[in-house]
Design a protein around this ligand. Structure first.
Ligand code: PMP
Ligand code: GLN
Length: 383
C-alpha cells in the first residue's frame, strides 16, 4: 500500500501547550496552575437557572445570533459598564466561547496574503487561524517584565496589506493591562484606514488595583472598526460551557454572521437562557475584580520570599514569575521539570513569543481555591 500524503494545512502546529502541561500535571499528580481554569465551583444559583431552562424546554436550537434575552442582557451590561452599547438585534452574536468568535472573525475577513498584526506573547489560537485562511501573521514582540507597546514600532509594521490588528487587554499571558493612551494610539493608527480590530476582552472583569478596563467600545473611531470578543467561561467560572459572544457595528457583524451560521449556526440554548437571567444582576460581575484581586494578593504574599522575581499581575487570573535567579534552563524544560519533580505545573511563556524567545518566565494561574494556592506556594518557596 502506498503512503498517502494528505498535505497538512498546518504542518508545524503541535498539541497546544495547555493540553501538554495539563496532561503532564495529570500524569504526575501535580498541582495544576498551568491551563487557565478555576478549580472552584460556579454559583449554585447559575446552575439552578440552567436546570430551570432545561426543564422549561429550552433544549432545541437557539436563534442563530443567540437567545434574544441574552443579547439584550449583554447590551444592558455594556450600557452599565461603559455607558455605550450595541444593538441586540444587529450587533451582537452569542458564540461557542471566545475561541469560536475569534475563529469566525478571522475566517470572515482574512484572505490569502492579508496581514494581521498580533502582539507577542500572544494567546495561542490567533496565528494558526490566520494561517488556515492564508493570511500572514506580523508580530510585534513585547518585552518582559512590563510588556509595554512601542507605538512607533507598531506603525512601522502597517502596510497596504494590513487587514486586521488583534489586541488583548487584560493580557494573557503577561497579566498586563493597556492604558487609555494605548487605546488612543491604536485609534489614531487605524483612523482613515480599512483595518479591522479584533479586541479580545475575555478578561474585562478581572482587573486590579481599581484600574478601569479600556474596552475598544469606549473609543468611537476604534469602535467603528472593532469586534469586541468576550467569554462567559472566564467570567462565571464555567470554562467547560464554552459560551461567549462578540459585538461589532452592523456592517461587520453581518459578515461575521455569514460565517457563523455555517460554522456552528447557534450555540447551546439552556445556558444562554440561564446567563441572560444571571447577568441582569450586575453584582454577579461587579464583584469579580475584588474576588480575583484577593486571590492574586494571597498568592503573592505567600511567595514573596521565594527566589522567583515578581511583577504583580494587573489583570487576568495569571501571574508571571521570573526564574532567572534560579536556573539557566530553558523555560519549557524548567516547567516540565517542575511538574515532574516538584509536582507543580505552570506554562512556559516562550511558546507565545516570536521565535520562541525565552525570557525565563513562567505563567501561573491563580484562579484556584485558597488551599490549592497555599499548597502551590509551599512548593514555590522550596524551589
Ligand atoms: N482569548 C484569551 C486571551 C484567552 O485566554 C482565552 C482562554 N480562555 C480565550 C480567548 C478563549 O476563550 P473561550 O474559552 O471562551 O473560548
Ligand atoms: N485560555 C486558557 C489559558 O490561557 C486555555 C484554554 C485552552 O486550553 N485552550 O490557559
Amino acid at each position: 500500500m502506498n503512503n498517502p500524503d494528505f498535505n497538512s494545512k498546518l504542518p508545524y502546529v503541535k498539541s497546544s501547550i495547555f493540553s501538554v502541561m495539563s496532561g503532564l500535571a495529570h500524569q504526575h499528580n501535580a498541582i495544576n496552575l498551568s491551563q487557565g481554569f478555576p478549580n472552584f465551583k460556579s454559583d449554585p444559583k447559575l446552575l439552578e437557572l440552567v436546570n430551570k431552562a432545561m426543564i422549561n424546554g429550552f433544549n432545541q436550537y437557539a436563534p442563530m445570533a443567540g437567545a434574544i434575552e441574552l443579547r439584550e442582557a449583554i447590551a444592558n451590561k455594556f450600557q452599565l459598564l461603559y455607558n455605550n452599547s450595541y444593538c441586540p438585534e444587529t450587533e451582537i452574536t452569542v458564540t461557542a466561547g471566545a475561541t469560536q468568535a475569534i475563529y469566525t472573525i478571522i475566517s470572515a475577513f482574512i484572505k490569502p496574503n492579508d496581514e494581521v498584526i498580533i502582539f507577542r506573547p500572544a494567546y495561542d489560537c490567533y496565528e494558526p487561524t490566520i494561517a488556515l485562511n492564508g493570511g500572514k501573521t506580523i508580530s510585534v514582540q513585547l518585552e518582559a517584565p512590563n510588556y509595554t507597546v512601542n507605538w512607533t514600532t507598531v506603525a512601522s509594521k502597517i502596510t497596504p496589506n494590513t487587514k486586521m490588528i488583534i489586541i488583548n487587554t487584560p493580557h494573557n499571558p503577561s497579566g498586563t493591562v493597556w492604558s487609555k493612551e494605548d487605546m488612543l494610539m491604536l485609534q489614531k493608527l487605524i483612523d482613515g484606514t480599512n483595518i479591522i480590530v479584533l479586541s479580545d476582552e475575555v478578561y474585562e472583569h478581572i482587573i486590579f488595583d481599581k484600574m478601569h478596563h479600556q474596552s475598544a467600545c469606549l473609543f468611537p473611531i476604534l469602535k467603528a472598526h472593532s469586534f469586541v470578543v468576550a467569554s462567559f467561561g472566564k467570567t462565571f467560572h464555567n470554562t467547560g460551557w464554552k459560551l461567549g459572544y462578540c459585538c461589532a457595528p452592523e456592517k461587520l457583524m453581518k459578515e461575521f454572521q455569514k460565517v457563523h451560521q455555517f460554522n456552528v449556526f447557534c450555540v447551546n440554548h439552556p445556558m444562554q437562557k440561564a446567563i441572560a437571567e444571571y447577568i441582569n444582576e450586575p453584582q454577579h460581575y461587579r464583584m469579580l475584580p475584588d474576588f480575583y484581586q484577593e486571590k492574586r494578593d494571597l498568592f503573592l504574599s505567600l511567595i514573596q520570599h521565594s527566589r522567583f522575581k515578581i511583577t504583580p499581575s494587573k489583570g487576568t487570573y495569571f501571574q508571571v514569575l521570573d526564574f532567572s535567579a534560579i536556573t539557566d534552563e530553558n523555560d519549557v524544560v524548567f516547567a516540565k521539570r517542575l511538574t515532574k519533580e516538584h509536582k507543580l505545573a505552570s506554562i512556559p511563556m516562550s511558546v507565545f513569543n516570536e521565535n520562541n524567545t525565552d525570557y525565563k518566565v513562567l505563567r501561573f494561574c491563580f484562579a484556584k481555591t485558597d488551599d490549592t494556592l497555599k499548597r502551590a506556594a509551599d512548593i514555590i518557596n522550596l524551589i
